[in-house]
Design a protein around this ligand. Sequence first.
Ligand code: GLP
Length: 241
Amino acid sequence: MELVRAKDYTDMSRKAANIISAQVILHPDTILGLATGDTPKGTYAQLAEWQKKGDCSFARCSSYNLDEYVGLSDDHPQSYHYFMRKYFFDLVDIDIANTHVPDGAADDPAAACEEYDRMVAAAGYPDLQLLGIGRNGHIGFNEPDDHFARGTHVVDLTESTIEANSRLFDSIDDVPRQAMSMGIQTIMLARRILVLASGADKAQAVHDMVFGLITPKVPASILQLHPNCTVIADEAACSLC
Ligand code: GLP
């Protein structure tokens, strides 16, 4: 695992966008693993700008998102389907038919998770997986636990995640209590992983991910075992490293 120190959010976003654009320039058929949250928004905006200028293209890429809330339809403004269209898919030349996000509105979420996992496996897993990190060290929606989850599964969100994500909802009561998330094994099967972190509230999680014990209590710590994982963190997020 390598740690790249960025000056600030803009610098982190540009560094990440540089790596992703190099990937799609070298390998136009790239399978991208994508993440939501505030952290990757600047990276998506930078990529959209470069794509408009003709510097890179996503026309031949496909994508698989990490997670989605259970119970939100894909047109719900807080759904990750909606987020991805707003901040990336609608801004670049990717074919929307080649983008995939777990179906939070599925009648049987557990079966939908299994189906999603089969689809990601059949595609051959992402060439490059983009990740953010939760304040408690979660990746995707893999919350601290006493074991590492394998495939895509239904997760009960922790109070800390519900509270952290409530800023995007009208009230904390509107935040779904469950989500669907790629498991740790699915994430670890990506050929390259890029983790982004920004801000002082991520400093402890970044420290524990990079230097801490490998433990399911800090799900991101398992990334230390990945053969090609780069963390790009800004000064505030690196302040304990
Ligand atoms: C959510 C998402 C994660 C994301 C994390 C951090 O819980 N499921 O994929 O990495 O929050 O979000 P943010 O980037 O907004 O801090």
